[in-house]
Design a protein around this ligand. Structure first.
Ligand code: HEC
Ligand code: HEC
Length: 246
């Protein structure tokens, strides 16, 4: 039996242990209500939306809560909500920790992600494992001229403007590594938004390397590289598989 369910059984036991002889009947009622509540809480753990209950598993939270915005498999529909599928586990842990401590502070982070202050380290780890293990889904190509401009920036940077090549940190297939996030497949609008956040604000606590990278990028440069990473050429099978993620 999983540890979480055993915990519930122990709680019932404690309730029974505190019975008083003189007030038996009343107490029995209270106890049975208590057991009822404890019992229903136990059954609901697998379907719980209680993000502040440390007994609820990260995967359950992912399916019941996070999925509303990020999609059940981490493939969100709206570009307001970043895709999480196939994102690096270490990067996800970092970001969830920064939201929890309210140190990633741009307006959308505050509005949508600051509520998750009760997630435990274990839950954060489980959430990151769940989403990093989902298969990334690439976007569809539209503006081919913009995409080929972006491809050049991704692979060679813009030496005249001091813009480093993205490939150096985000990988040959945009797959990322450890603290360097996956970019391949991410919504272009979200990518542009984050590049602006790095360039113009200090609201992302781990953003220093990116601030240097995009200091001199124009709006056009950002849109081009974002269009490219959204539709990134497919990866080799080995790096696309969840097992290659660890
Ligand atoms: C109500 C909508 C909503 C819900 C629910 C939600 N998120 Fe988010 N999440 C967002 C938005 C919006 C952003 C982008 C914030 C920004 O622009 O900085 C975000 C950003 C993130 C990021 C950063 C991704 C990146 O690429 O940097 C992670 C990780 C994340 N969410 C994980 C989760 C997890 C795990 C849950 C469930 C516990 C969750 N989110 C629930 C809306 C939501
Ligand atoms: C020197 C290493 C380095 C280079 C070069 C680099 N990045 Fe990054 N990038 C990072 C790191 C580290 C982060 C994570 C920052 C954080 O945790 O907040 C990041 C984050 C990002 C994010 C945020 C992703 C998300 O899900 O929120 C985007 C977008 C991004 N980089 C785009 C680019 C582009 C485009 C280029 C090339 C023009 C580039 N990066 C070059 C290190 C780099």
């Amino acid at each position: 039996m999983p540890k979480r369910l055993r915990f519930c059984a122990d709680r019932k036991h404690d309730r029974n242990g505190s019975k008083e002889v003189g007030n038996m009947k009343k107490m029995a009622q209270i106890v049975s209500i208590g057991m009822l509540l404890a019992g229903s809480a136990c059954q609901d753990l697998e379907h719980s939306r209680q993000v502040d209950n440390p007994m609820v598993s990260g995967k359950t939270i992912a399916l019941q809560v996070c999925s509303n915005c990020h999609g059940v498999n981490g493939v969100s529909v709206s570009p307001t909500f970043p895709k999480l599928a196939g994102q690096r586990k270490e990067y996800l842990v970092d970001q969830l920790t920064d939201f929890k401590s309210h140190s990633r502070t741009d307006p959308n982070a505050q509005r949508f992600m600051w509520g998750f202050t009760h997630l435990t380290d274990t839950q954060i780890d489980e959430l990151a494992t769940y989403f990093s293990g989902q298969s990334a889904v690439l976007g569809e190509a539209s503006d081919l001229a913009l995409i080929s401009e972006g491809k050049a920036i991704y692979h060679s940077g813009l030496p005249d403007k001091g813009v480093a090549a993205c490939i150096a940190c985000h990988g040959p297939h945009g797959e990322g590594m450890n603290q360097f996030p996956r970019l391949a497949g991410q919504h272009a609008d979200y990518v542009v938004k984050q590049l602006e956040v790095f360039q113009q604000t200090d609201t992302r606590p781990r953003g220093a390397p990116m601030k240097a990278v995009c200091a001199n990028m124009s709006d056009r440069d950002m849109r081009a590289v974002a269009a490219y990473v959204e539709v990134f050429p497919p990866e080799e099978e080995v790096s696309a598989s969840p097992a290659g993620n660890q």
